[in-house]
Design a protein around this ligand. Structure first.
Ligand code: FE
Length: 513
């Protein structure tokens, strides 16, 4: 017992240490304590753009005011130790005062760095990217200025890098920032211009257009390029690590008995399943905002979820909500943390259904509390979960390939089509893995694993160890993996008994060797 505690303690310490190293590698480290960002030049040094009095008031009164009000608002409630960028990214959790002032603090801290006393020409990778995404630098400038002029009232105009790695110009009202999870179609800000009157009125009065066009004289392209390169690099590093985890990761799984206990709860009590599903979805969305896509946002007909985490389309992590092995690892690891912290452990097994649901709610709540520690590539739990999901996915692909091969042998090459492109609607919603054509008739099929066939009575058989058990609207369900070969069942009269697919024996329409 002592040993386990010691192990967890060392692990926690090393995770915390690594997290520290990680955050110090970001470019905006100074913001960590929501302190004041130092102005990297004198008030008078941006004269081609703005006068020193405006800079003085803008920096000392407006900007410092945002930071002070933000810290005051945060101190009223215990939000834990937060970084400004983290607050901005999860702004929907906070009230309007925090939203306005965190935005003000973050936007201005970025803005000061985006300005330079020396006129710089756009250069580096960001210039190449601008040319490829906007056609030319001149065209980009034109669009940026147009958008800026369109913004009515207080706000900002931004050049952002979207989730799909394209540049986009957008404006935000008040002190909103494109990183905020309340801003639709946002992205990572690369360049921004303050469009509040307080930023220009003393010098330009009502000539806001002139203020906008003078902006180019002071843009710190060196910094903008660094921001862009840093964001790209982080994205590439992350996806390489994730790819490694799902293809090379070693997974320590729960015992078969433990997984079976969880599978039973999930399949018998749908409220548990749904509570966990929606809970995990919202957690993943907030942990990986850059990789979250709504319905149809990633590609036409695509389902909402996490994409490109491993740089290969729809991520295996979306299966976390239905994979019992992964759930089991999360559940047991979370309990060892709770035990270590002397908090009451979660209890799902052996409870009446209503209590199972409230325990699942608690589970989701505690997961949410620890989410940043758990869903980090440095965490052992996460490595384990990704490895499990990766190998399940690989096994699923291999299974589909095998079944399709056998179906082709029986029905002919051109009469069998494999669907199952990750993220395609037909696969995700309808559960169609393949289509078989017999005498001009099309049949859809879902392919599942199984280990054994249990004879229930003289008419009924149940398929055991089939992974997630849910209702599919396909014509057939095909099972592969057990000693009885590939079994093709007609799906028109499928029952779920004790959480297992159960068929009338007459509905077995083909057996493939
Ligand atoms: Fe401002």
């Amino acid at each position: 017992m002592k040993n386990i505690e010691k192990k967890i303690d060392t692990l926690t310490k090393s995770i915390l240490k690594e997290e520290k190293v990680e955050s110090s590698q970001t470019l905006l480290t100074e913001m960590k304590n929501i302190g004041i960002e130092k102005l990297p030049y004198a008030y008078s040094s941006l004269k081609s753009f703005i006068d020193s009095e405006t800079m003085d008031v803008h920096y000392n009164k407006h900007y410092k005011g945002y930071v002070e009000k933000l810290n005051k608002a945060l101190s009223k409630k215990d939000y834990g130790d937060l970084e400004l960028e983290q607050i901005v990214k999860s702004i929907s959790r906070f009230n309007k005062t925090v939203r306005d002032n965190a935005g003000g603090a973050f936007n201005h801290a970025l803005f000061w760095k985006m300005l330079s006393p020396k006129t710089q020409k756009a250069n580096g990778k960001i210039l190449d990217k601008i040319k490829s995404d906007f056609g030319s630098y001149v065209e980009f400038k034109k669009q940026f200025e147009e958008k800026a002029k369109e913004r009515f009232g207080s706000g900002w105009v931004w050049l952002v890098l979207t989730k799909r790695n394209t540049l986009k110009i957008l404006t935000t009202p008040n002190q909103d920032n494109p990183l905020m999870n309340v801003v639709k179609g946002g992205g990572y800000p690369i360049l921004g211009l303050d469009l509040w009157e307080h930023a220009y009125y003393l010098k330009y009065r009502n000539k806001r257009d002139e203020y906008i066009s003078n902006f180019w004289k002071v843009v710190n392209w060196e910094f903008v390029n660094k921001l862009y390169e840093m964001k790209l690099k982080t994205k590439i590093n992350e996806s390489t690590v994730m790819k490694k985890l799902i293809t090379e990761g070693k997974s320590e799984r729960c015992s078969r008995e433990k997984v079976e206990e969880i599978r039973m709860i999930f399949n018998i009590n749908p409220a548990v399943k749904n509570t966990f599903r929606y809970g995990i979805e919202s957690i993943l969305k907030s942990v990986f905002p850059d990789n979250w896509y709504e319905n149809g946002e990633y590609a036409e007909g695509s389902m909402s979820g996490i994409f490109d985490l491993e740089n290969r389309g729809r991520s295996v992590i979306n299966k976390l909500n239905t994979n019992y092995n992964a759930f089991c690892v999360l559940y047991h690891d979370l309990n060892s943390v709770l035990r270590y912290e002397r908090r009451p452990e979660l209890q799902l097994i052996g409870l009446p259904p209503a209590q199972q649901v409230s325990e699942t709610k608690k589970f989701v709540r505690i997961l949410d509390e620890y989410k940043d520690r758990i869903f980090s590539s440095k965490s052992g739990t996460f490595q384990n979960v990704m490895a499990i999901l990766g190998s399940t996915n690989k096994a699923g692909d291999a299974r589909e390939d095998l079944v399709v091969k056998k179906l082709k042998e029986k029905f002919g090459d051109k009469n069998v089509k494999k669907i199952g492109e990750l993220g395609a609607k037909s696969d995700m919603i309808m559960g169609v893995d393949c289509i078989i054509i017999i005498d001009g008739e099309e049949y859809t099929a879902q392919i599942k694993p199984y280990k054994t066939v249990k004879v229930v009575d003289e008419n009924l058989v149940s398929m055991l160890d089939t992974g997630q058990v849910k209702v599919y609207s396909t014509d057939w369900i095909i099972f592969e993996g057990g000693p009885d070969g590939i079994l093709v069942f007609d799906n028109s009269d499928t029952k779920i008994v004790d959480g297992n697919y159960t068929f009338d024996k007459n509905n077995l329409i083909y057996t493939l060797g």
